[in-house]
Design a binder for this molecule. Structure first.
Ligand SMILES: *Cc1c(COP(=O)(O)O)cnc(C)c1O
Length: 426
């Protein structure tokens, strides 16, 4: 499979090149040049999740990787279940949070770590430099923890991520360095960018980005859309399936649209956002107006200028008519999100605030005879303060409870690129 630069159609790359580069030149992103249309979804959907995932990725990447190596990487990266939970007739949640850090970002981060291990040259150590506002840092740090010749540096805004989120990446130690930056998440991102713009530093440390725009994080996200359909097919539900995606940077939705472009029989996908409604407002016919984000209770979706939207436009070759017919959309305020949480709880289901946004928009946009799925992107226990406010008790999974006793081993640093260099060069 070849990849093409969204900003320059004559600029192409192999998968390996695209993974190592992260973003494409000229501010573009790598996208598959063309997507195969699988004609055998009916039989693919009868396979089990690991086997099916392996076949799909072998078809896409088999020209660059030995089949055995690819199979091993896929088995290790996707070694947790993605259950489709029935809430009531015609309504399901696809739970993507049963990986080690309890958020769907485990899928992309673990596959990325496996791919990078396959691609990297032995004897050339890499440093993964990443800024996080919460879930990404944890998923990336866990995915690379204890891997030889790889060091991970997680920059996060001191005092601005939840206690449990911080403990997920700042208690690991070993090859994971957590840097508590005296600043905001945007400051952390700026520091990372400044390090990448120094070619000498980049080369000396093999600096690599684990940003969600990396194709190795994007591709595996297609696989669970197929798994959702497989579990419905097993119950003889085949038609009128609509999947609602709680969206921030729009990588998840992009992966779903790519699967649909490959013939996966989904009627429509739903772009669901919180008050950061840049995309829904555009789809409603307004101008595309990226803007600074506003804070909400579904904070992993607090993105005002979504990076991957450019990919989605590219997938549809800029044809917004076709895009509007593949998509439905909507956005919800925090009040509406809380109402949705309570409604789901009334049906016996505890959702996280991100999933609740997806559910709320799905309820508005689902037709009578259709079957709706919303994606459960994180475990509710990652957002305890939201539920405490609402007077809802949340059971804490053992993985999170155990973190309470582990000491945080973060290094505090000023908001200064010199300080990051010193840590890198130490
Ligand atoms: C990252 C994240 C999202 C948004 O996913 P995108 O691919 O950025 O649109 C939604 N929910 C949770 C819990 C997340 O961590």
């Amino acid at each position: 499979m070849r990849f093409i630069n969204t900003r320059n159609p004559s600029d192409t790359a192999t998968f390996k090149e695209a993974v190592l580069q992260g973003p494409a030149p000229e501010g573009g992103l790598w996208m598959p040049e063309s997507l195969p249309d699988f004609e055998d979804w009916n039989s693919l959907l009868q396979l089990r999740w690991p086997e099916r995932s392996e076949i799909i990725l072998r078809r896409l990447l088999g020209d660059e990787f030995d089949g055995e190596a690819l199979a091993g990487a896929i088995q290790r990266a996707l070694d947790f279940p993605v259950p489709l939970v029935r809430i009531r007739r015609g309504l399901y949640s696809l739970e993507l949070f049963h990986g080690p850090t309890l958020a769907f970002k485990d899928v992309g981060a673990r596959f990325f770590a496996e791919m990078l291990t396959l691609i990297k040259e032995p004897g050339h150590p890499l440093t993964i430099l990443t800024a996080t506002s919460g879930d990404t840092g944890a998923a990336v740090a866990h995915a690379f923890w204890n891997r030889p010749e790889v060091r991970v540096m997680v920059l996060y805004p001191k005092g601005r991520v939840s206690d449990l989120q911080e403990r997920q990446f700042a208690t690991l130690g070993g090859n994971v360095t957590a840097l508590a930056v005296d600043g905001s998440f945007d400051d952390c991102q700026d520091l990372v960018k400044a390090c990448f713009s120094d070619p000498g530093l980049k080369a000396r440390h093999g600096l690599t980005s684990a940003n969600s725009i990396n194709v190795a994080r994007l591709l595996p996200q297609m696989l669970y859309y197929a798994e959702a359909l497989a579990q419905l097919h097993a119950q003889d539900v085949r038609d009128g399936i609509v999947i609602s995606v709680p969206s921030g940077n729009f990588g998840n939705l992009c992966a779903g649209l790519m699967a649909r472009a490959m013939g996966l029989p989904v009627r429509a996908l739903i772009a669901a956002t919180n008050a950061n409604a840049t995309v829904p407002e555009f789809l409603d016919g307004g101008p595309y107006r990226p803007r600074p984000s506003v804070a909400t209770i579904s904070n992993a979706m607090d993105v005002g200028a979504p990076n991957n939207w450019e990919r989605i436009l590219h997938l549809f070759r800029g044809d917004t008519y076709a895009l509007r017919s593949a998509l439905r959309w909507g956005h919800k305020s925090d009040e509406e999100t809380k109402r949705a949480l309570r409604e789901l709880r009334g049906m016996g289901y505890l959702a996280d605030p991100h999933a609740a946004v997806a559910y709320a928009v799905l309820e508005d946009r689902l037709g009578l005879s259709e079957t709706g799925i919303f994606l459960g992107t994180a475990h509710p226990a990652k957002f305890l303060p939201v539920y405490e406010h609402m007077g809802i008790q949340v059971p804490i999974p053992d993985e999170l409870a155990a973190l309470k006793d582990r000491p945080v081993v973060a290094q505090e640093v000023p908001r200064d690129v010199q300080a990051i260099w010193e840590v890198l060069e130490a």
